[in-house]
Design a protein around this ligand. Structure first.
Ligand code: URA
Length: 438
């Protein structure tokens, strides 16, 4: 096996065999393939793309580069399901969705990630909870999933290790933006969790990872094809990220919003609609609901009965967090010391938001990382966002900044004012779910 021959064939537009792909990925994992060769193959794939069969082989080879979870021996009385989002601002859905699906009879081993660029990460939001250990042993993880129905954890180094090296090389060689490579990267990690069902939430809009609606649809279609080709029932929703999804963005602030949602204290209607749409799709795909109406009814009951909130509380306690977290969350999540409303400079309708810039503002406040080694300030972020289409008066706040100090608040206020545009006329309302792809 010569890596340069595989690169040459892809460079010339030929189709790689599963064996060639497998050997190349094995070389990434055991370091016998050089960084320069990884970069060259990534660039060849960037320009030439991959056939569906090649893409399935790449996702499977990357999955098999590390440890995979198996559930069959536990004889769980329900399917193993997960949801994955391409990321956004105020996308705190996972914290509610995991417990909701567990309350409806599913089992959710959710391997979540840290924030990336302007997007928040589920793992960072949960890490705001004192004592929460997102890295249980594999045995402990299986126990929590079996007994509670859900465990939201972090990615350990033995999960799809080929992806870590591949992604690090792509990141510095302008080859992240390949649909085939993004698909294999995301799916390698999700396939390693041993799922029966995967529902993707592919975002579109100013806060999305993909740069256009067409690119979001193309990615969703490819992930659905490759996921199903790799043996996991996969579907995707294209959802709106033209504004933050929740009422807040920032780690403790979003964890607080999730707890308040589960307890019924406050539910942002857009966050609720997207959570319900994703959960319904999961229950239907997993055979846990007979119809969309049945799914919605089960989910409403899981919320109204307090079952979903109770499951969240148990997950937190089982993974080392406080046993009374959801009763006394303000005690455990310290507030930021500097609060600063940002006012519009004139009155008007909220016409557009640069959601990416809002996410970068949270990052600059200390809520996200610039370097992988950066420590987060869980307290900081933004709340009380105005919404697209809303009329705001000149003396009305666009949002509230939570900062570590006054100078951080000043800097965030400057960034934010230009990220929200007002106009004389109300903009057309956008759908929340643009499309569902099976
Ligand atoms: N997220 C991933 O996990 N992989 C990619 O390639 C891009 C985004």
């Amino acid at each position: 096996f010569l890596p340069q021959e595989v690169i040459r064939r892809k460079r010339d537009g030929q189709t790689l065999s599963a064996e060639e792909i497998h050997q190349f990925v094995a070389g990434i994992t055991d370091d016998s393939v050089a960084d320069s060769q990884i970069a060259a193959l990534a660039m060849a794939v960037y320009f030439r793309g991959m056939e569906l069969e090649e893409n399935v082989a790449l996702a499977l080879a990357m999955r098999d580069s590390g440890r995979c979870l198996h559930w069959a021996d536990l004889n769980l009385p329900g399917p193993v399901l997960d949801k994955h989002s391409t990321g956004g601002v105020g996308d705190v859905v996972s914290l509610m969705l995991g417990p909701l699906i567990a309350a409806c009879g599913g089992f959710v081993p959710m391997i979540s990630g840290r924030g990336l660029g302007h997007t928040g990460g589920t793992l960072d939001k949960l890490s705001a909870i004192p004592g929460y250990n997102p890295f249980p042993t594999p045995e402990r993880l299986r126990q929590v999933v079996r007994e509670v129905g859900v465990a939201i954890i972090g990615q350990t180094s033995d999960l799809a290790p080929a992806d870590r090296r591949f992604y690090a090389t792509r990141d510095i060689t302008a080859t992240v933006e390949s649909i085939a490579l993004i698909t294999a990267s995301i799916l390698s990690k999700k396939l390693a969790a041993g799922l029966d069902v995967l529902v993707m939430d592919v975002k579109a809009g100013s806060g999305a990872f993909m740069p256009s609606m067409a690119a979001s649809i193309a990615l969703a279609e490819r992930i659905v094809e490759v996921g199903n080709g790799a043996g996991v029932r996969t579907s995707a929703l294209i959802t709106d990220m033209s504004q933050p999804l929740a009422s807040s963005a920032g780690n403790s602030l979003e964890t607080t919003e999730a707890v308040r949602y589960l307890k019924g204290e406050e539910r942002n209607p857009r966050l609720h609609a997207i959570t319900m749409a994703l959960c319904s799709e999961m229950l239907l795909a997993g055979g846990l609901a007979a119809s969309e109406d049945d799914a919605r009814l089960q989910l409403e009951q899981a919320l109204d009965s307090g079952r979903a909130a109770e499951i969240f509380a148990r997950m937190v306690a089982e993974l080392g967090g406080p046993a009374d977290f959801i009763e006394h969350y303000p005690r455990y999540l310290p507030a930021a010391p500097a609060l600063r409303p940002v006012y519009a400079e004139r009155s008007g309708f909220v016409a557009a938001m640069d959601t990416r810039a809002l996410g970068m503002a949270v990052c600059a406040l200390g809520g996200g990382r610039r370097l992988a080694s950066d420590q987060l300030d869980y307290r900081v972020g933004l709340t009380q966002f105005v919404e697209l289409g809303q009329w705001v008066a000149a003396d009305q706040p666009l949002l509230l900044i939570h900062a570590a100090d006054e100078s951080g608040a000043d800097e965030a206020a400057r960034r934010i004012r230009s990220a929200i545009s007002l106009s004389e006329a109300a903009p057309a309302a956008l759908p929340l779910v643009y499309q569902t792809i099976h």
